[in-house]
Design a protein around this ligand. Structure first.
Ligand code: NAD
Length: 486
């Protein structure tokens, strides 16, 4: 499979004359799977103008809620219908295990549209009554044109979360996916058109961050920027959006602590610790990558974790039995393995056995001496678990919070007073107690510290993608001061 991925503007595929071509390499076997026709600033401007025209025309933003709901639900149904093609493409360019794509990512993409379809049918706006009797109502209008910039690690699931939110509230949007993962967006944009999204309401531009991404987020006619990606990129984009005084939300990196206490179901904690770090090939913002174990149970827990890590089925991600596939790129492969140098590696830390080609890293476990090491402070973003031991729950809290990040934290503990104390003390946007990765789309999701700015989900997405308008009126006549009567 090798094709040219172009822009989707005004309901059709297009690319600028002489657009630069960027190769897309499959992490599975390092073959060329596609090329991107990179959208330059002129092409991005073309996309923004088309979106503005559609927004002004108002076909989508003025459509009744029931109409928008039915289109969003139709998108969800088509995503589920086309699971084979979507999963095959995401697997080919992201290298994620096909079982995880089929059972989680594609289902989540559909659920994102279903969730916002339901949500817009149920939310109410505030209304205030005053004495003397004034009525103040808060109305919400779509913001306008949303620029959505997405990463490669869960391309469909994450991009659709932003798109579904923007569309549900009546906006037009333009997506800039990662230049590493353009393939799955071809069928996605086609099925959105088939589902009845009017031309111009959704746009797609492909290309690198510094060229296409920067042109999009810095475009003066963009009204809101939603970004999911790395912390350093988040800073760049914040400057561009802030310079134009635009709304901005950023979901950034993490180095999440997974605290294992002696008072928990250790069997479940073990299963979950493995899932939290090794699913998605370890490339998850919310990975439980720093596993903190009380020293009284550390040896047994770590030994059992290592035995299971050695047993993980690393393989071609197109195989339904594969549990861990290749990391996304040569650069990511080199970066992940660089953390093994000089570290106390208990297993892995090297190329997975049996692969001549592709970016396969053997599931890795390291034992760190100190939370200050790069192993504990940097987001590695690969199948690489780091253990630290602690002495008592207060030390666990201290270590967990010693991080520039604060996206999520995991706690395994069945003692309720301890759970309440620890959740209160942890500095993270989400605390998962006795569970791995459970997201409720109604709840706000985002990070403390350098893990993000703002939140998405439920009301947070509504606040992001709408502009508030306050209308105040008297409910009966009232005396108005009479100026100018002499
Ligand atoms: P990245 O920051 O390198 O790229 C993300 C996107 O930003 C890509 O589309 C890229 O082309 C674009 N980009 C890069 N420079 C840009 C610029 N100057 N202007 C505009 N756009 C630009 O991130 P990545 O490597 O694709 O993804 C991995 C990172 O994403 C990890 O740090 C991970 O933790 C984070 N992430 C966070 C969440 C979350 O919800 N918090 C979810 C998934 C991934």
């Amino acid at each position: 499979m090798s094709e040219l991925c172009t822009s989707f503007i005004n309901g059709g595929w297009t690319s600028g004359d002489g657009a630069e071509r960027i190769p897309v390499i499959s992490p599975i076997d390092e073959t060329l799977v596609a090329e991107i026709a990179q959208a330059d600033a002129a092409e991005v401007d073309h996309a923004v103008r088309a979106a503005r025209k559609a927004f002004v025309a108002g076909t989508w933003r003025n459509a009744p809620v029931s109409k928008r709901q039915s289109v969003l639900r139709r998108i969800a149904a088509l995503i589920r219908e086309k699971v084979d093609v979507l999963a095959e493409r995401e697997c080919a360019n992201a290298g994620l295990p096909i079982r995880q794509i089929r059972e989680r990512h594609v289902q989540r993409a559909a659920a994102n549209f279903e969730f916002f379809a339901d949500f817009i049918g149920q939310t109410a706006n505030e209304c205030y009554e005053q004495e003397p009797p004034f009525l103040t109502i808060v109305r919400r209008e779509p913001v306008g044109i949303a620029a959505l910039v997405a990463p490669w690690n869960a391309p469909l699931a994450l991009a659709t979360m932003e798109m579904a939110g923007a569309l549900a509230f009546g906006n037009c949007c333009i997506l800039k996916p990662s230049e590493l993962t353009p393939l799955e967006f071809v069928p996605l944009f086609e099925l959105m058109k088939e589902a009845g999204v009017p031309d111009g309401v959704v746009g797609l531009v492909n290309g690198s961050g510094p060229v296409t991404g920067a042109a999009l987020v810095g475009h003066i006619d963009i009204d809101v920027v939603a970004f999911i990606g790395g912390t350093e990129t988040g800073r760049h984009i914040a400057r561009a959006a802030g310079g134009n005084l635009k709304k901005y939300v950023a979901e950034l990196g993490g180095k999440s602590a997974n605290i294992i206490t002696p008072q928990c179901d250790l069997e479940r904690a073990l299963d979950a610790a493995l899932v939290s770090i090794y699913s998605n090939n370890g490339q998850q913002c919310l990975a439980g990558s720093r596993i903190l174990v009380d020293q009284s149970i550390a040896k047994d827990f770590i030994d059992r974790f290592v035995a299971r890590a050695k047993n993980i089925r690393v393989g071609d991600p197109r195989d339904m039995a594969t549990e861990v596939g290749p990391v996304i790129s040569r650069a990511q492969y080199d970066r992940v393995l660089s953390f093994a140098a000089g570290a106390n590696i208990l297993t892995g830390g090297k190329r997975a056995d049996g692969f001549d080609r592709g970016y396969y890293v053997s599931p890795t476990v390291a034992l760190a001496e100190d939370n200050a090491t790069p192993l504990c402070q940097e987001e590695i973003f690969g199948p690489f678990a780091t253990f630290l031991t602690y002495d008592g729950i207060d030390q666990a809290i201290e270590i967990a919070n010693q991080s520039e990040f604060g996206l999520v934290a995991y706690l395994w503990c069945s003692d309720m007073p301890t759970v309440m104390r620890v959740q209160d003390a942890l500095q993270a946007g989400t605390i998962w107690v006795n569970t791995p990765l459970a997201r409720d789309l109604r709840a706000p999701f985002g990070g403390y510290k350098n893990s993000g700015v703002g939140r998405t989900g439920g009301l947070s997405s509504r606040n992001l993608f709408t502009e508030e308008k306050v209308v105040t009126m008297p409910m009966q006549d009232f005396p108005i001061a009479k100026l100018g009567l002499g």
